[in-house]
Write a protein that binds this ligand. Structure first.
Ligand SMILES: Nc1nc2c(ncn2[C@@H]2O[C@H](COP(=O)(O)OP(=O)(O)OP(=O)(O)O)[C@@H](O)[C@H]2O)c(=O)[nH]1
Ligand SMILES: [Mg+2]
Length: 310
C-alpha cells in the first residue's frame, strides 16, 4: 500500500466530515451571502480545526470572494485546500542532526496513554526499514508492563532494548542506554518515558534528570524532545500540550491516533496554534501506520480526491 493510501485510509472519516462542511458553501454564498461563511466557520470548528485556523481559512475565503477571485465551487475548494496546506507547512524542518558518527537521540515525552511507547516502536520500524541501527531505552520503569511492551517492539523491529528492573531510576537507564548506543555505533537512540502531566513537578524534574544523565556521556544530546499528542481527544488537548511543551524543552510533536476518529482537523489546529513542527503521525497500531508527516499528502488526504500522481 502506498504512503498516500495509508494517509487516505487513516483520514477517511475526517475527510468526509470536512468535505461535507465545505460542500454547498459556494451555492450558499451566492444565495445567502455572509451567513454561509458563518456556517462554514461553525462547521470547521466542529471538525476540530480550532478557532484560529478556522478564522484564518474563512477570512481568506471571504477576502478572495469579495475580490472576485472565487467564481466556482472548485475555486473555493482550492482556497480551503491551500490554506490547510500552508498552515501544515509552517515550522517544518528536518530532524536535528547528530555529530558525525554519533546517534540521533530522541526523548519521547507525553501524558499517560498518549502513544509514546507505540510511536517509538513504529519509529524504530521506520528507521530499521531504512537500514538504520536503532537502540531503544526503556526509561518507563514506573508502569509494570512498560518494559515488556518496549521489548516486544525491540523484537519486532530488530532493535536492541536497554532496560532495568521495575522501579529503577530512569536516569540511570538513560545513562546506560546512551553509553550503549554510542559504543555500538547506533544511528538512533529512542528513549521511552513514563506518562506524566505537566503540573506534576517531581515527574517533570525527573525528565530534566534524564537529560542531564544523557549529557554526562553525550553532551550534544538529546537532539530532539518530542511530545506525543493524542489527537483523538479533540481540541482540549491543545492547551494541555502547550503547557507540557513549555515545561521540558519540547522541540517537536508526534500526533497519534489520527486514524478512524474523524479528528484529522486537529493537526491543522495544532499547527496554527503551536510553533513546533510535527515529525510523525500515528494512523493505527501497525508498524507501518506511523508516517513521516508530509503536509501536502496530509492536506490532500484531508481535503481532495486522491490525485492520480500519488
Ligand atoms: N488507533 C491507534 N491507536 C494507537 C496509536 N498510537 C497508540 N495507540 C494505542 O494507544 C494505546 C496507548 O499507547 P501507548 O503507546 O501504550 O501509550 P503511552 O503514551 O506509551 O502510555 P503510557 O506509557 O501508559 O503513558 C495503546 O493501546 C496503543 O496501541 C495510533 O496512532 N492509532
Ligand atoms: Mg508507554
Amino acid at each position: 500500500m502506498s504512503i498516500f493510501s495509508i494517509f487516505k485510509r487513516g483520514l477517511e472519516k475526517s475527510a468526509t466530515k470536512i468535505s461535507r462542511a465545505v460542500s454547498g458553501v459556494f451555492t450558499g454564498i451566492k444565495a445567502h451571502g455572509d451567513a454561509s461563511f458563518d456556517e462554514l466557520e461553525a462547521l470547521l470548528i466542529s471538525a476540530d480545526f480550532g478557532v484560529p485556523a478556522t478564522t484564518r481559512i474563512v477570512t481568506s475565503l471571504r477576502d478572495r470572494y469579495e475580490r472576485g477571485q472565487i467564481a466556482t465551487d472548485a475555486d473555493l475548494r482550492q482556497v480551503v485546500h491551500d490554506e490547510i496546506a500552508q498552515i501544515l507547512t509552517a515550522h517544518r524542518r528536518p530532524v536535528n542532526g547528530a555529530p558525525a558518527g554519533k546517534p540521533t537521540v530522541i526523548l519521547m515525552v507525553g501524558v499517560n496513554g498518549s502513544g509514546k511507547t507505540t510511536s517509538i516502536g513504529k519509529m524504530a520500524w521506520f528507521w530499521r526499514q531504512a537500514g538504520k541501527k536503532v537502540v531503544l531505552a526503556a526509561c518507563d520503569t514506573f508502569r509494570a508492563a512498560a518494559v515488556e511492551q518496549l521489548q516486544l517492539w525491540g523484537e519486532r523491529t530488530g532493535s536492541q532494548v536497554i532496560s532495568s528492573v521495575h522501579g529503577a531510576d530512569p536516569a540511570a537507564v538513560a545513562y546506560d542506554a546512551t553509553s550503549a548506543a554510542l559504543a555500538r555505533g547506533a544511528d538512533y537512540l529512542l528513549i521511552d518515558t513514563a506518562g506524566r502531566q505537566h503540573n506534576q513537578k517531581a515527574l517533570m524534574d525527573e525528565l530534566a534528570k534524564i537529560v542531564r544523565s544523557i549529557r554526562k556521556v553525550y553532551p550534544e544530546a538529546p537532539q530532539e524532545v518530542w511530545l506525543t499528542v493524542d489527537a483523538s481527544l479533540g481540541s482540549n488537548v491543545v492547551v494541555q500540550a502547550r503547557e507540557f511543551a513549555k515545561c521540558c524543552g519540547v522541540t517537536g510533536l508526534v500526533l497519534t491516533k489520527l486514524d478512524g476518529t474523524g479528528r484529522g482537523g486537529m493537526a491543522v489546529a495544532l499547527h496554527q496554534e503551536f510553533d513546533l513542527p510535527t515529525f510523525f503521525i500515528g494512523l493505527g497500531e501497525q508498524p507501518e501506520e506511523l508516517q513521516e508527516f508530509d503536509p501536502d499528502f496530509y492536506a490532500d488526504a484531508l481535503f481532495e480526491p486522491a490525485p492520480e500522481t500519488h
